[in-house]
Structure formats: C-alpha cells, structure tokens
Design a protein around this ligand. Structure first.
Ligand code: PEP
Ligand code: MG
Length: 293
C-alpha cells in the first residue's frame, strides 16, 4: 500500500503511531463468510454450534465436513478459526439438554470430553476440512491445560484412523478461548496451545458473577477488572498469537483499554468493522488519542 494509506488489502490497519493491527470477523451462520472482504484478515471465530444444532447434526461427519469445507474454500488464503461446539450453558443442543441442565458447569470443552463421541465426529470433520484452507481449531471454555491435552490426544487418535482409511486430512493448529478467569490467570501454564483468543462475554460473566443476559448492564462496571485481567494474561501468553473475539472487541468504547492491554488483533461481527476501523486510526497503540483527534 502507498505510504499514508491506513488500510491495506490484507486486513491490516495501522494505529496513528504506525503500529499494525489486524481485524478479523466473527461468523455464526456459515453464510456470513460472504462478508469476508479483502480488507479483513480472516475469520477469528466461527461458532460451530450455529451449524450443528442437534444430536443428529453432531453425529453427521459428512455434513459437518461440507459446511467447514465451504467456509475454508471461500476464505481462500485467509486464515479461519473454527471453534469446536460450545454447547451447554446458554447454547443448548437439541437432544442433549439433560446433562447441562443438571450441571451448569458442564459446557464447552468439558461437555465435549464428557461426550467424546460428539467430539470425535467433529474432530474428524475438522481434520478432513483442514486440507481445503488455512484452518485452525479453537477450544471453548477451557479451564485447565489437561483439557487441551486430552482434546489433542483425541485429534491424534482420529487422524490415525483417517490415515488407516486413506482419507486426506491435516492436523490443524489447536488454540483456545480465554473466557474462564482461572485459565486467564494461569495462561503461562498452557504451553502446548498454539494461540489464544479472549472471550469477553463469558470472561465478564464469570468474573463479575453476572447472568449472561445481564451483561449489557454489568459489562460497563466490570470492564476495569476484565481489562486488567486481559492485560495480565497477554503478558503471560509469552509471545504466542493473541486475539480477542468477545463483544468488547466490537465496541469502540473499549478500544483504548484493549490496546493498552496489548491487544493487536480484533475479531468482530461484520457489522462492527467500520466503527472499529475508524476508531483505530484515531488512536495510538497505547490507547491514547492521536494528536489532533
Ligand atoms: C465470548 O464468550 O466472549 C465468546 C466470544 O464466545 P460466545 O459469545 O460464543 O460465548
Ligand atoms: Mg464464550
């Protein structure tokens, strides 16, 4: 891009003082991949629970493969992070309501490890889809490193099985959501994780003891605590790729605090991009306003 151009075709932007910032998009419905224009870095979060909504879907490897493949092919050279099913909590899966109803803590990766037959099908679909683009896999609601280790083991098992069946596949990098406060505080213990992405929706909920549907009211008050936790966790990430995909990332109001916390990669709903882009151009990388703004 010519000097002075604030936006390149790669989805890279610069702050007023010249620090490079990436903006990716979050997608729910896979059709939203159409919003991936050249000015976007990639898909920072695809919530797979919007594509897999019943136990029948969860058991259907070919259907999942077709969905993930289409998204990856459409994204071309751009990286796509698909998050494994985050079911339980506020996101039910038709046919699997009982377990999380009995134990509200049983969601995300815990539920996947408790029902490994669901995780195995999704792992196979993702391993096979990885051949068609730049796929990374993200694990939801991780609390402990052992959970990541167990899921990686499951991926290795399934890769071996696919190999025995001579089905094309590739092992994707495996990263995790940072949305449980216990994980954020201990981020330096997640040595085998390829990348981190902050989920401020759940991080706020669990940090501030607020109901998820009350977050709009509580998020403002909890923001200083959430921002401090994120700043500490970014330091603990020790140079591994770090991004943020929670709703805070799409609200320009929080941008100074998130920049000051060290974040340089923001994944936001497609509709939030214009506001975030123009806000970044007017800020320095430490979150202060650019001179003349
Ligand atoms: C989050 O918790 O911030 C997040 C991005 O995940 P979800 O909104 O799907 O829970
Ligand atoms: Mg979440």
């Amino acid at each position: 891009a010519p000097a002075g151009d604030t936006q390149t075709v790669s989805g890279e932007l610069r702050t007023a003082d010249g620090v490079s910032i990436l903006i990716s998009i979050n997608i729910n419905d896979p059709a939203e991949i159409d919003a991936l224009d050249p000015a976007t870095a990639g898909v920072g979060l695809m919530r797979s629970e919007f594509s897999v909504t019943s136990l029948a879907d969860a058991a259907n490897e070919e259907r999942q493969l077709a969905i993930y493949r289409r998204v990856l092919e459409q994204a071309g050279e751009k990286p796509v992070i698909i998050r494994m099913l985050d079911i339980g909590g506020d996101k039910p899966l038709a046919g699997l309501e009982d377990l999380p109803a009995l134990d509200p803590g049983l969601r995300g990766i815990r539920l996947l490890l408790a029902r490994p037959e669901i995780a195995r099908v999704q792992a196979r679909a993702l391993l096979r889809a990885a051949v068609y683009g730049k796929l990374s896999v993200m694990l939801p609601m991780v609390t402990f490193p052992e959970e990541v280790d167990r899921m990686r083991e499951l991926f290795r098992d399934e890769a071996e099985r696919l190999g025995r069946r001579a089905l094309p596949h590739r092992m994707p990098p495996i990263g995790m959501m940072v949305e449980v406060p216990a994980a954020a505080l201990m981020l330096d213990t997640f040595g085998s994780v390829a990348f981190f992405s902050f989920g401020t929706n759940d991080l706020t909920q669990y940090l501030a003891a607020s109901a998820r549907d009350a977050i709009d009211a509580d998020a403002g008050n909890a923001a200083p605590a959430v921002l401090r936790l994120i700043a500490q966790a970014v330091k603990l990430a020790a140079g591994k790729p770090v991004s943020i995909c929670g709703d805070m990332a799409g609200d320009p109001h929080y941008l100074p605090g998130l920049l000051a916390a060290g974040l340089r990669h923001f994944s936001v709903a497609p509709a939030r991009r214009p506001a975030i882009r123009s806000a970044i151009i007017g800020l320095n990388a430490d979150g202060t306003k650019a001179a003349g703004e």
